[in-house]
Design a protein around this ligand. Sequence first.
Ligand SMILES: O=C(CO)COP(=O)(O)O
Length: 243
Amino acid sequence: MPRKLAAGNWKMNGLRSSLVEIQKLAERHSDTSVDVLICPPATLIEACRGLLFDIGGQDCHTAQSGAHTGDISAEMLSDAGATYVLTGHSERRTDHGETNATVAAKSQAAYDAGLTAVICIGETLAEREDGTTLDVIDQQLAQSVPDTATADNTVIAYEPVWAIGTGKVPSSDQIAEVHSHIRARMLDRFADGADMRLLYGGSVKGSNAAEIFSIANVDGALVGGASLKADDFSAIINALEES
Ligand SMILES: O=C(CO)COP(=O)(O)O
């Protein structure tokens, strides 16, 4: 069985004053039975050193250093205390034109720096309505997940683009269908595909977390808005612990 993981993506939110939310969470879940990951903005990673939880970046460059003004490398994230990095989040694919090939290169850069990549995939509303969801997922998995992926260095996050920040959540059957499809592909491709963690993301809250965690092949969640406040994220961690 894969280890359970509750991951929070703070996106472009969080000042030093927000660290108190992570401290509160760490106090409440000091003996948690699940893995907890917080991906704060890069400016706060160093300040999270020594906290109970794993800390991750939200993006990295494909190179470890060089003339790339404004970018951050996987090696720098690791140096600041991160052990994970998100790659291929839909906001990066959409806002920054990241292709599957870019995501694969960034994920490989993460592995090379000793980080675990949380590789994000998911269909748009148009693709869902056209009935091409599983084709899109297949293509994203084939092209964004490097051949060097293992259950240790890779987490797959299924985030339907239309469910991110919208309050709309797919039905349990829809999540189950995609997650079992991803599991089958990972089993086909990787010897330890059974242990690779598969997260669901998109409008996860305390009120729907238990239902989502009861779905087969859902090993945790990648949470945006509801990871910003300790009370909200705590309810999701509790639901995962009880699942
Ligand atoms: O994009 C997400 C996490 O990466 C999901 O965001 P929300 O939980 O705010 O919908």
